[in-house]
Design a protein around this ligand. Structure first.
Ligand SMILES: C[S@@+](CC[C@H](N)C(=O)[O-])C[C@H]1O[C@@H](n2cnc3c(N)ncnc32)[C@H](O)[C@@H]1O
Length: 490
C-alpha cells in the first residue's frame, strides 16, 4: 500500500486536511514586509500549495479572496478528488486541485506570490525534499514568499524513540488500524514501566506518549509512523535552501527567537557563542529543544533588512489573544499579567500594558499598529516619554516575547456583532455538515460543540434570530461562540 515515496499511501489513509493560520498570505506578507519585502496582499495574489492533501488549507482562502488564484498539487488522487468535491459544492472558480508529483513540477505552472508546503518536506525522500526547494526557487515571483515547515533537531531526536517504538511494536502488521493499535500499545507499555536507574527516561517517554495520545489515527500513521521521516537541523535547512537558490527570511512564528528576554548575563554569553543570524536561531533550537520549524524563504536576489522596519510596522494590523488577569494599572509601572491559552506574560511598561489592553478588547479583531499606539497614548494616565509613533512601534516590536502577537497586512474580514440574520461562511457551513472542526475567518481551526455545529449549519442568512430561537433554546451561547471565533461574516 505504499505510495511512490514508499510511505503509507494517502489514498489508503487520507489525511485530516485543515487550515493553518500562519500559512495565510496576509500573515506571511506582514512578516516579510517588516523585513523590507513588498509582497502582494492576499486578496490579489497567486498561491501554490504543494502537498495540501484535500485542500483544507486552500479552500477557505479561495472563498475569502475571490480575486486571487489558488492551485493545490498533491500526489494523492483520492484526497484531490475529495477536495474537488468540496470546491464544486461551494461553486468556487478561483481554485484548482491537481494530482501531481513534486518531481515533475515545471515552468508550465507559472509564477506564484506565495508557495505553501506544510508538513511535506520531512515526509518525502531526500531527493524529493531537495526538488521541493528547487521548485520554490523556480516558481516564486520576485517578491514571492515560500513557507516550508519541517521536523527539526534536536526536538526530533527525542520524538524519534516514540516513533521507533510505534514502528517496532507494529512491525509484523500491515493493516493501518491494527498497526496503529499495536504501535500505541507498545508505546504506552514502555512509557508506563520504563525506568531502571534513570527516572528521567520514564518522564521523557511519558511526555512522548502524551504528545500523540489525542491525535487522529491518520495523523499518527502519517506524521510519526511514515517510512520517510527525515528531520534536520535548522542550519542544514538554511544551507539546503541556499543551494536551491533561496534565501531564508525568518520564522513564520514572528519573533520565534528573542534573546533580549533572557537575563543579561545569559544574553551576553549567547551573543558570544552565536555571532551570525543562523547561529542565533540554531542555538535557540538547542536551548528550547525545538522539534518543528516553519521557515519563510524568498528568492536569493531579494534584499532583506537585518532588523524589523518600524516604519513598515505602523502600516500593519496587529492582533493578540492575550487578556489581562485582573486590573491593569495605567498610572504606575507596576506588573500586570496577560494570558492566552498557551502562555502568560508579565508587563510593566505603561504603553505596552495599554496596547495589550486595547488588543485584548479588540480580539479576535485587529488594530492597525499606528492607531494602537495613538489609542494607548490616550489611555495612559501618567506622562509617557515623548517618542514618535515609529519609535513606539520599534519599542513595541523589540519588547515582545516570542509569539505574543500576529501581524496582518490586511485585517481578516468578519463581524463580532451578532446581526438580526447572522451568516456563517459557506465553507464553514459545509465543513460543519460532517465535522466539529471548521475554518474561522482568521484561518484558524475552530472546534464546535454539537449545539454550535447545528446552529452554524443553518446560518445562511435566510433565518432571523426569532426563527432560530424557536429552534434552539440556547441560541445566544452558540452565537457568542461563533462571534468570538471569527465565524460570522454578517
Ligand atoms: C503529512 S501530509 C500533509 C498535508 C497537509 N499539508 C497538512 O499539513 O495537513 C503530506 C502530503 O504530501 C503529499 N505528497 C507526498 N509526496 C508528494 C509528492 N512527491 N508530490 C506531491 N505531493 C506529495 C501527500 O499526498 C500528503 O497529502
Amino acid at each position: 500500500m505504499p505510495d511512490s515515496n514508499n510511505n503509507l499511501s494517502y489514498d489508503a489513509v487520507t489525511y485530516l486536511s485543515r487550515q493553518f493560520g500562519f500559512t495565510q498570505p496576509d500573515r506571511l506578507g506582514a512578516v516579510a514586509s517588516l523585513l523590507g519585502m513588498r509582497p502582494l496582499a492576499g486578496n490579489r495574489c497567486r498561491v501554490l500549495e504543494i502537498g495540501g492533501a484535500s485542500g483544507g488549507n486552500l479552500i477557505p482562502l479561495a472563498e475569502r479572496y475571490p480575486q486571487s488564484e489558488f492551485l493545490g498539487i498533491d500526489l494523492s488522487a483520492r484526497q484531490t478528488a475529495d477536495g474537488r468535491k468540496a470546491i464544486e459544492q461551494l461553486g468556487l472558480k478561483n481554485i484548482r486541485l491537481e494530482v501531481g508529483d513534486i518531481m515533475e513540477m515545471g515552468p508550465e505552472l507559472g509564477e506564484f506570490d506565495y508557495i505553501i508546503a506544510h508538513g511535506v518536506y520531512s515526509w518525502v525522500p531526500p531527493a524529493v525534499a531537495e526538488r521541493l526547494l528547487e521548485v520554490c526557487a523556480a516558481r516564486l515571483a520576485l517578491q514571492g514568499i515560500a513557507y516550508v515547515s519541517y521536523n527539526a533537531y534536536p526536538g526530533w531526536r527525542f520524538h524519534a524513540v516514540a516513533r521507533d517504538l510505534l514502528l517496532y511494536g507494529s512491525r509484523n502488521v500491515a493493516d493501518p488500524a491494527e498497526k496503529l493499535r499495536q504501535g500505541r500499545k507498545a508505546l504506552e507499555f514502555v512509557a508506563r514501566y520504563a525506568g531502571g536507574i534513570d527516572s528521567g527516561y520514564r518522564a521523557w517517554l511519558g511526555r512522548e506518549e502524551a504528545r500523540v495520545r489525542g491525535w487522529e489515527p491518520s495523523q499518527i500513521l502519517h506524521d510519526d509512523m511514515e517510512t520517510n521521516n527525515h528531520p534536520c537541523y535548522f542550519h542544514e535547512f538554511v544551507d539546503r535552501s541556499r543551494r536551491a537558490g533561496l534565501k531564508y527570511v525568518t520564522d513564520a512564528q514572528l519573533f520565534a527567537v528573542s534573546i533580549d528576554h533572557l537575563p543579561a548575563e545569559v544574553a551576553g554569553q549567547y551573543r558570544a557563542l552565536a555571532p551570525g543570524a543562523v547561529e542565533v536561531e540554531q542555538y535557540w533550537d538547542f536551548l528550547q529543544n525545538v522539534g518543528f520549524r516553519r521557515s519563510m524563504l524568498c528568492r536569493a536576489e531579494v534584499e532583506l533588512s537585518p532588523a524589523p522596519l518600524a516604519g513598515r510596522a505602523l502600516e500593519l494590523h496587529v492582533s493578540s489573544p492575550a487578556k489581562p488577569k485582573g486590573a491593569v494599572d495605567l498610572q504606575f509601572a507596576s506588573s500586570a499579567t496577560f494570558a492566552s491559552a498557551n502562555r502568560t506574560m508579565t508587563l510593566t511598561d505603561l504603553m505596552t500594558k495599554a496596547m495589550f489592553l486595547t488588543l485584548g478588547e479588540a480580539w479576535p479583531g485587529t488594530v492597525q499598529l499606528g492607531e494602537l499606539i495613538r489609542t494607548a497614548r490616550g489611555r495612559v494616565l501618567a506622562a509617557v516619554q515623548p517618542l514618535t509613533d515609529e519609535q513606539w512601534a520599534a519599542n513595541f516590536l523589540h519588547g515582545l516575547p516570542s509569539g505574543e502577537i500576529e501581524l496582518w497586512t490586511h485585517p481578516p474580514e468578519f463581524t463580532t456583532s451578532i446581526s438580526q440574520r447572522p451568516v456563517v461562511s459557506p465553507c464553514a457551513r459545509l465543513q460543519a455538515q460532517s465535522s466539529t472542526v471548521v475554518a474561522g475567518r482568521r484561518h484558524e481551526t475552530v472546534r464546535l460543540d454539537e449545539l454550535t455545529r447545528q446552529v452554524a449549519m443553518r446560518l445562511d442568512g435566510s433565518r432571523d434570530r426569532e426563527a432560530l430561537r424557536n429552534e434552539f433554546a440556547n441560541l445566544d451561547t452558540a452565537l457568542n461562540h461563533l462571534a468570538r471565533n471569527a465565524l460570522l461574516i454578517a
